[in-house]
Design a protein. Structure first.
Length: 239
């Protein structure tokens, strides 16, 4: 596998200096495709909700969710319509409306909800060169997962984009919607998992979330190759 790099553009730090990104590279993901997730893993989905007394009525007041909403508003979209992945996920669990996807996605969704962090997973072999969290620019093309049409990317939108010339955007509006090109399937062997942190408390929870994820991945037969985080002190890492 060719060298992959993860970085955050300075223009994003200029507006959000406290952000950080946790990352994990995991091999042998196909082992999880045939696994049945234990019930104790599924219980993680309500950990963050119960420990923080989160309800549908007060969800938007939780600091992480409130910060995401402000970021989305700053990016020129309506946060009531376009929600961060963690807000959407918590709403599904609160409404008891979560439906399983595939084992690896379910696993990181339980971790995401349990630690109230936006988590995403990608086929690292499909990521080309440097993956950058940056603002959109003219010509950025995004083909959404399960979407019928391309989404127009503006210079206000924060995106994850790699060096693919035709479809560089792998996640639109930071973590609102993933691309079809780098999606995880049961056949993917090696994945990159991203943990988005936008408040100081997010970063505190990040370490615990990574440990929880690692423990469960190893128990299910996967191999954690590397993990860590980048921030405004060290903003680039070779994956």
């Amino acid at each position: 596998m060719k060298t992959k790099t993860l970085t955050i553009a300075q223009e994003v730090f200029d507006n959000y200096p406290e952000i950080s990104i946790g990352f994990m590279v995991v091999d042998n993901l196909h082992q999880i495709a045939i696994a049945k997730l234990p019930e104790e893993i599924k219980i993680l989905s309500t950990k963050g909700i119960s420990e923080n007394a989160i309800t549908l009525q007060n969800l938007v007041e939780f600091p992480t969710i409130a910060t995401w909403r402000q970021i989305y508003q700053n990016c020129g979209v309506k946060p009531k319509t376009f929600k961060s992945s963690i807000e959407s996920l918590l709403r599904r669990f609160l409404q008891k409306d979560y439906k399983g996807i595939i084992p690896i996605v379910d696993l990181y969704n339980y971790i995401s909800s349990g630690y109230i962090l936006s988590v995403g997973g990608y086929n690292i072999e499909k990521i080309e060169g440097t993956l950058t969290l940056r603002y959109g620019k003219h010509g950025d093309r995004f083909i959404p997962l399960n979407g019928k049409e391309d989404i127009t990317v503006s210079s206000q939108h924060i995106i994850y984009a790699d060096e693919n010339q035709d479809e560089p955007v792998i996640c639109w509006m930071w973590n609102h919607k993933d691309s079809k090109r780098t999606m995880l399937t049961n056949e993917v062997k090696t994945g990159l998992f991203i943990f988005d942190c936008v408040t100081p408390s997010d970063k505190t929870r990040l370490i615990a979330a990574q440990e929880e994820f690692s423990k469960n991945l190893i128990a299910l037969g996967a191999t954690v190759v590397s993990k860590g985080f980048i921030d405004n002190i060290n903003n680039t890492i070779i994956l």
